[in-house]
Design a protein around this ligand. Structure first.
Ligand SMILES: C[S@@+](CC[C@H](N)C(=O)[O-])C[C@H]1O[C@@H](n2cnc3c(N)ncnc32)[C@H](O)[C@@H]1O
Length: 298
């Protein structure tokens, strides 16, 4: 039960460390900061007119930072909201709601949203509604009506090496099929396998630009969408950009081999093992050659 340990990140916001996954929930620089830089800003909410209903899917809600940051903005702009969350563990949200530092981050409306999910799995406020679907995201997504298309999909599982089941090409293809025409799937991952799976699912992919204090990073993540992005959204706000040559070449390396989970019930060890076998037989360029080339170019 004590596999989750509380941590305070550098921006003062609460995060958790999972000893089961041997990973933190957030970047040590800041849980709140990460949700803003990697999810809220790349969502470019200004694109949506205020009268539009925004449909959001949060995959791996955890403590709820990504959703919280986005809801704060959508509520200010008076959007009508429909929200769905997928999360296997109820404890992160409960831990957050018991901490003053977490409570203080949110407006009364967003705090009430979190409270409703905790108490009754549902949130209703005026015309807005939300449901948290507790359980394995791969199965629980089927509780959401097929015809509902998402304007924002926030994809935030533990890393592919730790939680490959939520990065499989099958799950990514399923999520991609649920994006609305102007929707965006946003993730912190810039892994070649994830980007290749998004492309295979027919999406256009863009790179999230590192914030000024992260200039040593080549990407903060990926934004994927059905339609080509209009130039104005690439150049004006500068949160996202076309993939660089380095990133495009990455997609031709062995790292681009996908995680496969054809049954939707595979366990992480099986998925990792079958990918390693596939990589060892692959004719694709070795990722270390790609890394050497681009590290030397820096
Ligand atoms: C990196 S954390 C998410 C952080 C979160 N977005 C936040 O803002 O706090 C990953 C989350 O994935 C959840 N998770 C792991 N396996 C899952 C699964 N199969 N289905 C749904 N959620 C899962 C974990 O319980 C954990 O809360």
């Amino acid at each position: 039960m004590d596999d989750l340990k509380k941590q305070t990140t550098k921006d003062g916001s609460l995060s958790l460390y999972s000893s089961n996954y041997e990973e933190c929930f957030h970047d040590t620089e800041g849980a709140l900061k990460e949700s803003i830089n990697k999810y809220l800003l790349p969502a470019q909410l200004d694109r949506f007119s205020n009268s539009k209903k925004i449909v959001v899917l949060d995959v791996c809600m955890g403590l709820g930072y990504n959703t919280g940051s986005i809801l704060e903005e959508l509520l200010k702009r008076n959007h009508k909201i429909e929200w769905h969350g997928l999360e296997i563990d109820q404890r992160p949200l409960n831990i957050g709601l018991n901490e003053k530092t977490f409570q203080k981050l949110w407006s009364p409306k967003v705090l009430r949203f979190f409270d409703c999910l905790k108490k009754s799995e549902r949130w209703i406020e005026g015309l807005n509604k939300g449901t948290i679907h507790w359980g394995d995201a791969r199965q629980k997504i089927s509780e959401i009506q097929d015809s509902l298309m998402f304007d924002l999909i926030l994809l935030d599982p533990f890393s592919p090496q730790k939680c490959p089941e939520l990065w499989s090409e099958q799950f990514i293809s399923l999520l991609s099929s649920r994006l609305s025409l102007n929707g965006r799937l946003i993730t912190y991952s810039s892994a070649a396998s994830i980007r290749a799976s998004l492309k295979k699912a027919g999406l256009k992919i863009y790179s999230i630009i590192p914030s000024t204090d992260k200039q040593n990073k080549w990407s903060l993540g990926t934004v994927a969408m059905k339609q080509q992005l209009e130039q104005q959204f690439i150049s004006k706000n500068c949160q996202i950009k076309n993939l660089s040559d380095r990133e495009l070449e990455h997609l031709n390396t062995r790292s681009s081999i996908p995680y496969r989970d054809p049954t939707g019930r595979g366990n992480s060890k099986e998925i990792i093992l079958s990918r390693e076998i596939e990589q060892s037989k692959s004719q694709l360029i070795n990722t270390s050659s790609w890394r050497k080339k681009w590290n030397a170019a820096q």
